[in-house]
Design a protein around this ligand. Structure first.
Ligand code: KG4
Length: 340
């Protein structure tokens, strides 16, 4: 089984070939970050046009290394994401599918992120079944979701953000601090030299409510910076970053462990771009104290990528050495365009 997958939900164009027997993936990815950096965020129209130019190039690169005629299944992200960007990935996948008419499956972008922590155990030969039910925290530039993945593979959302996503909070905070987009990794780097108790930022919905909110945090940073001189800001920058990062991670960890106290699970997972944050990883790890396996999405699968799309297709079709009763619940050869 070889799955060719496409991802284009935002500003990464990616194609990957997942070899399910050897449990390895070859990925070709093009990030548009440098193009959008000057605008301080992703420009949807520009992103769609970049995907159009990127897919033929990426496919040529992949075809130079892999025999695409061996592909026996295809997968493509069908949402959520920017409509114009998704359309480009779908068009690319449908075009290649004319050449290689194998079943083409639409994949939900959030499911793909949410399932990515199972990729490394699967590569090592473990069945994801061993880790279910699973409590997952998906933290990316566009989403913040706490969910349960049940033993019957259904997802139950336990908490989500009512406004900004965690990654958006990092990026908007970075913008206020005049750091380049996307600012999450840079805030983390600066925070390493800072003191997290130097400034007190608000935490929304503390005290048991299963919701996230980060827009007040960003506003609070704006008010703080308005009261400071440019010299003070540059002197205090690492302390501000440490306190701001702590405020974001604090609520993520609090809700994760609140959910853990209410649900019996066999593993905990972190996925999405923000899950690369070491401060967050360590906070979860130290509070979990090896009580349960902590499944971390591999770093190369934290941001948007096509390997996770191929893996989600494999997972959703129960082709991972699962018992017979888990085999496809829905026809896989329906064109994803039909549901777009
Ligand atoms: O998963 P992703 O590509 O986003 C979406 O598809 O929505 O992740 C990008 C997000 C950005 O907001 C970026 O600032 C954040 O992940 N990010 C980080 C770190 N690395 C990336 N946030 C905090 N700490 C990091 N080390």
């Amino acid at each position: 089984m070889k799955i060719l997958a496409f991802e284009s939900s935002c500003d990464e164009s990616a194609v990957a070939l997942l070899d399910c027997e050897r449990r390895v993936a070859v990925e070709k990815i093009y990030s548009q970050v440098a193009i959008h950096q000057v605008f301080g965020g992703v420009v949807p129209e520009l992103a769609a046009r970049e995907h159009l130019a990127a897919f033929p190039r990426l496919l040529r690169l992949l075809a130079a290394e892999e025999d695409l005629s061996q592909v026996n299944r295809m997968a493509v992200t069908i949402g959520p994401g920017l409509a114009g960007c998704l359309a480009m990935g779908l068009a690319a996948a449908e075009s290649v599918n004319l050449l290689y008419p194998v079943p083409l499956q639409g994949v939900n972008h959030l499911r793909a992120h949410a399932l990515s922590p199972f990729f490394a155990p699967w590569q090592r030969g473990f069945s994801p079944l061993e880790y279910l039910p699973h409590l997952g925290l998906l933290v990316s530039g566009g989403n913040t979701l706490l969910f349960l993945l049940e033993e019957n593979f259904s997802f139950q959302i336990l908490a989500e953000t009512v406004d900004d996503a965690a990654g958006e909070a990092f990026d908007k905070g970075a913008k206020l601090l005049q750091l380049p987009y996307p600012g999450g990794a840079l805030i983390e780097k600066l925070a390493r030299q800072g003191e997290k108790t130097a400034f007190r930022f608000p935490r929304a919905f503390q005290g048991g409510e299963m919701k996230f909110s980060f827009s007040g945090l960003k506003t609070s940073l704006r008010y703080l910076l308005e009261k400071m001189s440019p010299e003070e800001i540059s002197q205090q920058r690492s302390h501000i970053c440490a306190s701001y990062q702590d405020a974001i991670c604090d609520v993520l960890v609090e809700k994760l462990f609140l959910a853990l106290s209410c649900h019996k699970v066999r593993s905990v997972g972190l996925s999405g771009g923000v899950s690369q944050n070491c401060y967050l990883r360590q906070a979860v790890e130290s509070q979990l104290k090896s009580r349960l396996p902590l499944l971390l999405a591999p770093r190369e699968l934290c941001g948007d990528n096509a390997t996770m799309v191929a893996f989600a297709a494999l997972f959703d079709n129960r082709l991972l050495d699962f018992p017979q009763e888990f085999f496809p619940r829905w026809p896989i050869d329906q064109s994803p365009l039909a549901s777009f």
